[in-house]
Design a protein around this ligand. Sequence first.
Ligand SMILES: *Cc1c(COP(=O)(O)O)cnc(C)c1O
Length: 526
Amino acid sequence: MNTQGRPTAPGSATKSDAQTFTGHRGLDHEEPLLFESGRADTTGVDLAEPKRQHTRLGGLERQAPIGLPGLTEPETMRHYVRLSRKNYAIDSGLYPLGSCTMKHNPRLNEKMARLPGFGDIHPLQPQKTVQGAIGLMEALAGYLMELTGMPAVTLSPKAGAHGELAGMLCIKAAHEARHVTDGGSKRNVVLVPDSAHGTNPATAAFMGYAVKSIAARDDGTVSADAVKAALGPDVAAIMLTNPNTCGLFEPEVVEIARVVHEAGAYFYCDGANFNAIVGKVRPGDLGIDAMHINLHKTFSTPHGGGGPGSGPVVLSAALAPFAPLPYAHHTKDGYRLVEHASERVDGHTPFGRLTAFHGQMGMFVRALAYMLSHGSDGMRQASEDAVLNANYVRAGLRHLMSQPFGDKPCMHEVLFDDAWLKDTGVTTLDFAKAMIDEGYHPMTMYFPLVVHGAMLIEPTESESKHSLDLFIATLADLARDAKTGNDKRRFKEAPRLAPRRRLDETKAAREPKLRWRPPAPKIAAE
Ligand SMILES: *Cc1c(COP(=O)(O)O)cnc(C)c1O
């Protein structure tokens, strides 16, 4: 009982400005866990008690109820529908999360992915019954090679980070294969610029390589001289992102490729930002040896809570023989998937296998549908528009917010730092939280690490001018308040309108609650 003598209702533990009896805020319901809202004595199914059975469990059968919550079908359905409404998605609003490329996913792609011939097949089905699906994978592979200017591609990696692992395993296998001719040198170092995505050093470290960091120049890019200075007989590869995580095209990339190869190392390119250059630059022409493509970023397909990713890796001729299983082989009777290293087709010496089956079929269909519906001119325009939109945001905010590498054009994402917030008492985090009250998912914050208080905004090509204008006006309004100190609550108390206020993230990390415990009964017995 609370002080008014009313039963304590589900969400009332959360104090907010507009406290309600139920804890709900308008039609936005507070959502307890199924375990909290369900009742052990209720069940959604209506089966008669089984007749007493003779068990053969030797007295080990459960004595107490299992403790699963029981709900009616409507209650269960409402729980999941309400949860789904709490998921902020590109389908509900602008999602400027830099580096993640949260762009519109055309519904046509979804329709294609659900065609029974793609959606309802099984990876263990006889290959002659799925020739069309393998043909689709081959078509996608062909376009990926064409767009990147690379002679080979492996489709099975299931995300960008998985692709990094695939590409680096090819590099390792290539070094091992030429170990003898290479003078037996032990290459156990991977060079990674300090602006890299965390997955790059993580991949290298995971494989047992020592990571050697290369500092960026004052302009946010990597110099070939710095790479040259770090190279030696112990270096296996460089992992470089281009365009890089500061939203800049690496101007010395060709020279970097040259010095890396001269030192007997390979060039792994993180291609997560390929969406900025599709149809404009072919990475193969820059001298790279391996690059993953995040199909879920560059070629649409939902991600970030919306679905799985896919990270095909394109490979140079030097690395192609080591590509993992399985791969498709053309025969006079159609396609055949090579599943075993012992088959040794075309002198191929695969480093092994990355996944149980063949990769993310649904993502392949979506990516190919995206490519075919856009055409080469449409894909080029998507890249141009992504860059244009980022620069439009940059132009709209550059008089209010500071850019770490000077006032110059960016690629598909614009990077601001927190120098402009100096002495205001407002931090990047406060600013991002205040955006939530205005109905925007925050931009990427505090990444890349090389920029103090980084705010990385990627609007993508799919936002209209109208949408961008409102976004810019909103950020400008916030920026003016942050600078004048007009409304400190707007930042320090943000988010004020979200279902949850500011969370104690440090405590959550230091003292994680790893086990759910039953709460006290919610509605006290009268
Ligand atoms: C997204 C991203 C990755 C990792 O890709 P996942 O698909 O999330 O594993 C790697 N590098 C960069 C620069 C990225 O933006």
